[in-house]
Structures are given as structure tokens and as C-alpha cells.
Ligand binder design. Structure first.
Ligand SMILES: *[C@@H]1O[C@H](CO)[C@@H](O)[C@H](O)[C@H]1NC(C)=O
Ligand SMILES: *[C@@H]1O[C@H](CO)[C@@H](O)[C@H](O)[C@H]1NC(C)=O
Ligand SMILES: *[C@@H]1O[C@H](CO)[C@@H](O)[C@H](O)[C@H]1NC(C)=O
Ligand SMILES: *[C@@H]1O[C@H](CO)[C@@H](O)[C@H](O)[C@H]1NC(C)=O
Ligand SMILES: *[C@@H]1O[C@H](CO)[C@@H](O)[C@H](O)[C@H]1NC(C)=O
Ligand SMILES: *[C@@H]1O[C@H](CO)[C@@H](O)[C@H](O)[C@H]1NC(C)=O
Ligand SMILES: *[C@@H]1O[C@H](CO)[C@@H](O)[C@H](O)[C@H]1NC(C)=O
Ligand SMILES: *[C@@H]1O[C@H](CO)[C@@H](O)[C@H](O)[C@H]1NC(C)=O
Ligand SMILES: *[C@@H]1O[C@H](CO)[C@@H](O)[C@H](O)[C@H]1NC(C)=O
Ligand SMILES: *[C@@H]1O[C@H](CO)[C@@H](O)[C@H](O)[C@H]1NC(C)=O
Length: 769
């Protein structure tokens, strides 16, 4: 794997939401938000509900109730922000340190964590994944009809064509969700497609009381939530594009699933307290799937409120898709790797969006571009410049300026080219640009050194160098695809390294989906462009794809557990690209399951996986026990008493990761045994045979090598044994165990990774491989 690339080369792009992080300026002690876990069984008799109990507890610890003589402003009194009852037992509150200390002595207090602010992990994808109207998974699942996908995101733009409710039935009686009206818009937030819309910003406002909320409703004013909602479950919309790029029919993965929106992202940030309130309500409302495209935060598993909420969701049978993060490509950068969620990495699609630079001598140079504007300079003179001094202005005005790679950063060059009124610009750099940064205000081409040199040589040799530029080009069917994109965060998940993460790959790069019509698609400082569809990249986009595909599986198998659905997605995933070669990274480096999990999600096959690896809440508890969490810590996650009867790091998971990293002792052999149980969900009587790919330097064996099922729903067990030196010679080896049914109808494939990396080390330590 190549060393991590820096991707965030921002070019004349300014975020629309510039946030001033004002320190709170209260008199007396300043208050912070805390999420407090309570033992609900400790509630004293007189209280009929938790809300009353917590309120009374807070007023009794409030600094204001014990005046010390100094003037106390109302903002320093303990304030209840949310009461939680479905996801955790507890509440969030604004507390001073002395109030927090007093609270810790209250009966029923278990623990608390400061509220963290975390980041969101910001139309052809359905065809690319093999979904076709009138066949395969869409027909079998009736396009996900009957399933409710809840998205905790930045809200939704209900007027978008993607959320038309044609052909959608009324929400089912089991649905308890609500549609909170938007005071400023007369039209409803909901219809028979969007069946729930709520919003949560009390945690955000507790931290940033002076910030203006641009839409104090579940209406989206940032775009992220509209984009992910339509990717997961948008209806068919014909003839859409982003300024001519990526034209075609847009549709979500589950075009007939219902959407429930829980807005908790505000100005590009999300408070754990708000996200928790959103998930708490989504569980009560009765969603089937949760799509979470933001970082859960960095607290340890037993203290992370979002992890815990996801555990409860899993217990209630809710499938949770969560983004791996955009911090790749070093190992150990992955977030949201909780073993009870499905963690999603991002890959490319077989589609290029680009522009073409045509030199006067006829040479054509394509370059990646999302430039949304109209001007396409024709036969315009070229000028070479370092693009950094105003003396050069006159030489540039009206030209296509070619800015030579120099010590001047591209932002500076782009600024000068603009100030000088160049007609267009060609920027030359050593590194490929993040595509989002190609939405420049004037026509621009971004070339790597080799293509850049072609242009420079042409200018040098020609007496009248000229060029033309064209934009809004789309090429379909590009190869190879998918590739794992550089930015996608890589496993292992440092907090739980014995479960291989990420789980799965889905399209995340240059995804076209719906967009609010009042929100600019480009955060370019000088120009604002608007469009009802926008192109975005990130594991957020990939996660929405997986949430939609999970809805298709759920529509066909309503009783499958979240683990069973995850297993179906993973064991049927594609590990080959569209050239039938192993999936690679965008840099053409080899990838392993730590980059892409089991492979790219394959909806048509996921509906009928043959065998599944199931797991119960009890199994996850035994994993937590083996990880060394105390009974008290585990109780914070499970909220009920489970016992550590059979602690084991060996979760019944459809993938394997083994560490051979013990350099301390004599060079003995190490034998690692994985025990797995599979359930036959395919045909009644069927036999499966194990196929193993070799792993360099290790002895690998499966026992038994044949599984003979006599009936449907029967479970059988096997062991996978890896044997090798305590410290492996190879840094990392990667292969597969496949159970192949007689006749080959089913191939139930699991990735195997063995490595000598030490997940106890900081990610930076083992980043550069
Ligand atoms: C309604 O719009 C006004 C003016 O744009 C704004 O100040 C107000 O906050 C909005 N209210 C809501 C509920 O979004
Ligand atoms: C947002 O609306 C809620 C009612 O829905 C109101 O209680 C709250 O004060 C509003 N907040 C802001 C910042 O406008
Ligand atoms: C997209 O636009 C191009 C150029 O206008 C056209 O050739 C192509 O057929 C369109 N593709 C689709 C899927 O509509
Ligand atoms: C965890 O996140 C918080 C806030 O997002 C940050 O201040 C802190 O440094 C992080 N801690 C670690 C160990 O990364
Ligand atoms: C660029 O164009 C603007 C607007 O027409 C003009 O005000 C400015 O003087 C021009 N700058 C140069 C360097 O020509
Ligand atoms: C232009 O060509 C001359 C002669 O071949 C060479 O010395 C010079 O370095 C070239 N300039 C650039 C900018 O490439
Ligand atoms: C998996 O386990 C859960 C919990 O024990 C159970 O409800 C479910 O039926 C099992 N099988 C499948 C296919 O989900
Ligand atoms: C990767 O390899 C393919 C074909 O092997 C090639 O077309 C492509 O340009 C390469 N990409 C990079 C980033 O080197
Ligand atoms: C499965 O294997 C058993 C034992 O090898 C054999 O008796 C049986 O006929 C096989 N069943 C099928 C459906 O192939
Ligand atoms: C798997 O290994 C365990 C001990 O690690 C053993 O008890 C069990 O019999 C083995 N099962 C099979 C099917 O080999």
C-alpha cells in the first residue's frame, strides 16, 4: 500500500458554512454538555417517569440551587437537554464541573462522557451494481417495498423529484414516526415516500448558542442528507445530470422503500447528544434500517453513546450501516467498526467525469473535472506563467494561462489567474486532485506532470500556441472498476481489532444524487451554482448504498437478523473488478480485506446467499468479555445483565483476521483456530465443499472440509486453523475460504487476513505499507 496521500488540496474553494468557534462567555463556571448513563432500576418510587426523575436530580445538583453569594446567571444552572430511553438509559445535560461532581453522587448514576462533535463522512450506481428494472433483486424484493430506512443526517429536501411517492402505499400500522412541520414552508415535509421527519439541535445549540440555524426544521440546507436519502431509497427520475455530467436515470438502491429522516447534522457537524436523540427516537418509531454517515466519535466502545445506541438497535433487529470514514489510506484509520454494525468503505464506479484540452497541434488531453460552468474557450492563445505576481497580469489577461508547477501552492496560482482575468487556466501538479476541488469558478484543467510537460513543450515549440477546452464529458464503462478509493479509511478498527473491518465496499466516488434546490452545489467562493442533482464523494455515499441494498434483503427476508443480512452482503460480494482482475486501489496498488472488506456489494446475489453466519447479542457480549471489559462496563452497553459465560474473541463472523505479531518469545509456531457455525438458508438438502486460497508462510486447514445439510435452517459448524511462526515473515497475507455448493450455485466466500501488524500501535506507526 502506498503512503497516505494528502487529498484535501483545497482550491479557491471556501466552505459556505464558516463557523466561528466562539468560546462560551458565561459568568461564573462555564457549562459543558455531558451524556449521562443511569441505572434505571434505581429510580425512586415517587417518580412515575425518567424525565421527572432526571429533572429533579438536575435541579438538586444545580449551582443555582446552592448560591455561594456570587451572582449566578441562568446559563450556569444545570439544564436537561434530552432524556434517552430507547438507546441508552440516561440523559444529556449542560453542567458545570461542580454540578457534574455533585451528580456523580446521585443514586443511579453510572457514568458520563463529555458530548463530542463529530464529522459527517462526506446515477448510474444502481446499474453499475447490476440492478435492472424488471429483473433480479429489484423484482424479487419489489424494489424494497415495505422496508423503512432511517437516516440520521442533515435532513431532506422533500420537493426533490427523487422523493415523489407515486406507487407508494401508506406507512404500515407499526410505524410510530411523525412528521414535524417546517414553519417556513407551507408544503408538508412528508408524503408516502418520506414517512417521518424530525430534527435534533439542542446539543448543537448548547455548544454554539450564538450560531444561527439556517433551517430550524428537518428540511435540509446542507445537501448531505438529501443526497444520502436519495441514494438509499430515491425513486426513479429520468434525464438527470450534474450540469450535463453523468446524465441518465437516477434511482436509489431501494426505490420503493420508505424514508424516515432524523436531522442531526448542523453546519457540517453533529453532536453525539443530538445523534443519540435521533437514534433513540428512530428505534421507538420502528425503522428497519439505519444509515449513519458520520463518525461515532473516539470514545472507547463502552463509553461511546452512539456505539451503545447501535447495540440496542441491533438487539431490536435494526440493521445499521455506518461509514468507515474518509481518513485513508493508512491501516488503522477506520472508524465506526463496532462488530454489531456493518462498516462500509468507498470505491469508484465505471464512470469518468472529465474535460478535454485540445492543443493547436491536435493533441487531446483529458483531465478529471466537475467544472459546472458554460464557457468553453475555443482556439485561445496559451501563455506560460508561474502565476504568482501581478506584473504578469497583462501577459495573462484573455489567455489560457498554463501555471507551471512551482513552490507556489495551487490556491495562490488560482487566485492570481483569476485576478488577472485569464480566460482559463491549466494547473500542473505532482499529485492528483480531489475531484471536488475541480469545481472551479472559471474553466480549469488539472494535469499531472507528464501531461503538463506535453503542453509546455508545445508552447515552447509553437510560434502561436493555442488551445480549446471542453467540459461536461461523461464516459461510461471505464475499466477497471470498482477500485478502492484512496480516501476510504482502512482497517483494522483499533478498538476491536479481532473482528476484520471494514465489512464491505460500495460506490462512494462521484455519486450523483438529489440535492436541495436552495443550496449551492459548489461551495466556490466567487460563484454559486445550483442544481437539483449533485455529485459527491465519500464513505457517506457508500453507506447509503449499503443501507438501500440491506432494505432489499430485508424486504425478501423480513425475519433475518442484522448479522444475517450483513453475512448475506459480505459472502456474496465481488472481489473482482470489471476486467475480472482482483479489485485494486485507485493508485493501482493491491488491496486486501483491510481496504475493502469482503468486496463490492452485489445486490442480486445478496438476496440468496446459500449460507449465513448469524450472531446474537449474547455472542457480542462474549466478545466484549474476552476484550477485557468488566461486567459493569458491559452492562452500560447491554443495559441488561448478561454473563460472561464463554468469553471469546472468535465471533461468528463471515471474515477472519489473525495476528502473528508476537516477537517476544522463542520462534515457536502459533496455531490459531476459528470456530464458525453456518445456517443453511438455501436449498434443503445440499452439500458444500471448502475451497481455500493459500496464504504465504502459513498452514491453513478447514475441518470438516465438507458440510452436509439435510434440511433448510439446519446449522453446521467447522473450524479454520491457521498455523505459522509467532511473528510472520510477511507483513500481511490475504486469501479466502469459500464454501461451494455441489453444482456451484452458491459460493459463500469469506476473506482471511493474517498479519504481523500490531493493532496496539498508533495508526501512523504502521501507516506506510
Ligand atoms: C424562517 O425564515 C426566516 C427568514 O429566512 C428565518 O429567520 C427563520 O429562522 C426561519 N424559521 C425556520 C423555522 O426555519
Ligand atoms: C427551533 O424550533 C423549536 C421548535 O420546533 C424551538 O423550540 C427552538 O427555540 C428553535 N430554535 C431556534 C434556534 O430557532
Ligand atoms: C448523455 O448525454 C450524451 C451527450 O449529450 C448523450 O450522447 C448520451 O446518450 C446521454 N446518455 C444518457 C444515458 O442519456
Ligand atoms: C477525540 O475527539 C475529540 C473531539 O472530537 C478530540 O478533542 C480528542 O483529541 C480526540 N481524542 C483522541 C484520543 O483522538
Ligand atoms: C479584471 O476584470 C475586472 C472586471 O472586469 C476589472 O475590474 C479588473 O481591473 C481586471 N483586472 C485586470 C488585471 O485586468
Ligand atoms: C524551451 O526549449 C528550449 C530549447 O529546447 C529549452 O532550453 C527550454 O528549457 C524550454 N523551456 C521550457 C519552459 O521548457
Ligand atoms: C439469527 O439469530 C437471530 C437471533 O437469535 C434469530 O432471530 C434469527 O432467526 C437467526 N437467523 C436468521 C437467518 O436471521
Ligand atoms: C491503473 O492501471 C490501469 C490499467 O492497468 C491504467 O489505465 C490506469 O491509468 C492506472 N491508474 C493509475 C492511477 O496509475
Ligand atoms: C451429500 O453428501 C452425502 C454424503 O457424502 C451424500 O450421501 C448425499 O447424496 C449428498 N447430497 C446431495 C444433495 O448431493
Ligand atoms: C473445533 O475446535 C474445537 C476446539 O478448538 C473442538 O472442540 C471442535 O471439536 C472442533 N470442531 C470441529 C468440527 O472440528
Amino acid at each position: 500500500m502506498a503512503a497516505a496521500l494528502s487529498l484535501s488540496l483545497k482550491l479557491v474553494c471556501f466552505h459556505a458554512f464558516t463557523i466561528s468557534l466562539l468560546a462560551s462567555n458565561h459568568l461564573g463556571q462555564s457549562a459543558d454538555t455531558y451524556i449521562v448513563h443511569m441505572d434505571s432500576s434505581a429510580m425512586p418510587k415517587p417518580f412515575s417517569g425518567h424525565h421527572g426523575w432526571y429533572s429533579s436530580m438536575l435541579s438538586s445538583v444545580s449551582d443555582a440551587s446552592t448560591p455561594t453569594g456570587a451572582a449566578v446567571t441562568p446559563s450556569t444552572t444545570a439544564k436537561l437537554i434530552y432524556t434517552y430511553s430507547n438507546s441508552i438509559n440516561g440523559f444529556s445535560a449542560s453542567l458545570t464541573l461542580s454540578e457534574l461532581e455533585a451528580l456523580k453522587k446521585s443514586p443511579g448514576y453510572l457514568s458520563s462522557t463529555p458530548d463530542q462533535f463529530v464529522q459527517p463522512h462526506t446515477t448510474r450506481s444502481h446499474e453499475f451494481l447490476g440492478l435492472r428494472r424488471g429483473s433480479g433483486a429489484w423484482t424479487a424484493s419489489n424494489y424494497g417495498n415495505g422496508v423503512i430506512i432511517g437516516l440520521v443526517d442533515s435532513g431532506i429536501w422533500p420537493e426533490s423529484a427523487s422523493f415523489k411517492d407515486e406507487g407508494m402505499g401508506k406507512p404500515p400500522p407499526r410505524w410510530k414516526g411523525a412528521c414535524v412541520a417546517d414553519a417556513n414552508f407551507t408544503s408538508s415535509m412528508c408524503n408516502n415516500k418520506i414517512i417521518g421527519a424530525r430534527y435534533y439541535n439542542r446539543g448543537f445549540l448548547a455548544k454554539y448558542p450564538d450560531e444561527t440555524i439556517s433551517m430550524n426544521s428537518s428540511r435540509d440546507s446542507e445537501g448531505h442528507g438529501t443526497h444520502t436519502s436519495s441514494t438509499a431509497a430515491g425513486a426513479f427520475v429520468e434525464g438527470v445530470s450534474y450540469f450535463g455530467y453523468a446524465n441518465g436515470t437516477a434511482a436509489g438502491m431501494a426505490p420503493r422503500a420508505w424514508i424516515a429522516v432524523y436531522k442531526a447534522i448542523w453546519s457540517g457537524r453533529i453532536a453525539q447528544s443530538d445523534a443519540l436523540a435521533a437514534i433513540d427516537q428512530a428505534i421507538e418509531d420502528g425503522v428497519d434500517i439505519l444509515s449513519l454517515s458520520f463518525s461515532f466519535g473516539n470514545n472507547s466502545l463502552n463509553l461511546n453513546p452512539i456505539s451503545i445506541a447501535c447495540f440496542t438497535a441491533m438487539e431490536k433487529g435494526i440493521f445499521v450501516a455506518a461509514s468507515a470514514g474518509n481518513d485513508g489510506n493508512a491501516f488503522g484509520t477506520l472508524s465506526n467498526g463496532e462488530p454489531w454494525v456493518t462498516t462500509v468503505g468507498a470505491g469508484t464506479m465505471d464512470r469518468d467525469l472529465y474535460g478535454i484540452l485540445t492543443l493547436g497541434n491536435g493533441v487531446q488531453i483529458p483531465f478529471p473535472s466537475w467544472y459546472p460552468g458554460n464557457p468553453s474557450p475555443q482556439n485561445t492563445p496559451l501563455a506560460l506563467s508561474e502565476c504568482h505576481s501581478s506584473e504578469e497580469y497583462l501577459k495573462i489577461r484573455g489567455y489560457i494561462v498554463v501555471c507551471i508547477a512551482s513552490e507556489f501552492v495551487m490556491e495562490t496560482q488560482a487566485y492570481y489567474a483569476r485576478q488577472a482575468n485569464a480566460t482559463a487556466a491549466v494547473f500542473i501538479s505532482e499529485k492528483a486532485l480531489f475531484l471536488d476541488d475541480t469545481r472551479t469558478e472559471y474553466p480549469s484543467a488539472f494535469l499531472l506532470i507528464k501531461d503538463g510537460q506535453t503542453v509546455i513543450d508545445y508552447i515552447n515549440k509553437s510560434s502561436d500556441p493555442r488551445a480549446s477546452m471542453a467540459f461536461q464529458k461523461t464516459e461510461m464503462g471505464t475499466k477497471p472498476a470498482p477500485m478502492v478509493d484512496i480516501y476510504s479509511s482502512r482497517g483494522p478498527f483499533i478498538q476491536c481489532p479481532n473482528v476484520l473491518k471494514p465489512d464491505i465496499l460500495a460506490p462512494g466516488t462521484s455519486v450523483l444524487a438529489a440535492w436541495p434546490s436552495n443550496t449551492p452545489v459548489s461551495d466556490n467562493f466567487y460563484h454559486q451554482w445550483y442544481s437539483d442533482f449533485n455529485v459527491l464523494s465519500g464513505t457517506s455515499m457508500a453507506t447509503a448504498h449499503v443501507a438501500g441494498v440491506a432494505a432489499l434483503v430485508k424486504a425478501v427476508h423480513p425475519n433475518w437478523s442484522p448479522a444475517a443480512i450483513r453475512s448475506a452482503l459480505m459472502t456474496t460480494a465481488n472481489t473482482l473488478d470489471n476486467t475480472q482482475n482482483p479489485v485494486k486501489e485507485v493508485s493501482n496498488d493491491t488491496v486486501t480485506a483491510l481496504d475493502m472488506g469482503a468486496g463490492q456489494v452485489n445486490p442480486n446475489k445478496a438476496l440468496d446467499p446459500g449460507l449465513i453466519y448469524n450472531a446474537t447479542a449474547e455472542d457480542y457480549v462474549q466478545l466484549l468479555c474476552a476484550m477485557g471489559f468488566t461486567a459493569k462496563e458491559i452492562q452500560k452497553i447491554t443495559r441488561s445483565s448478561y454473563e460472561c459465560l464463554n468469553p471469546s474473541l472468535d465471533l461468528n463472523y463471515p471474515s477472519f483476521i489473525a495476528y502473528f505479531n508476537d516477537e517476544s518469545s522463542a520462534p515457536d509456531e502459533l496455531v490459531q483456530v476459528f470456530h464458525r457455525t453456518v445456517t443453511n438458508v438455501g436449498e434443503g438438502q445440499s452439500n458444500y465443499t471448502a475451497e481455500l486460497t493459500p496464504l504465504k508462510g502459513l498452514k491453513v486447514k478447514v475441518d470438516p472440509e465438507k458440510l452436509v445439510f439435510n434440511c433448510k435452517h439446519e446449522t453446521l459448524s467447522y473450524n479454520l486453523t491457521l498455523e505459522g511462526p509467532k511473528s510472520m515473515t510477511e507483513y500481511l497475507v490475504y486469501g479466502h475460504l469459500s464454501w461451494v455448493s455441489d453444482g456451484g450455485k452458491y459460493v459463500v466466500r469469506s476473506p482471511i487476513v493474517a498479519t504481523r501488524m500490531d493493532p496496539g500501535m498508533a495508526p501512523d506507526f504502521f501507516g506506510g505499507f
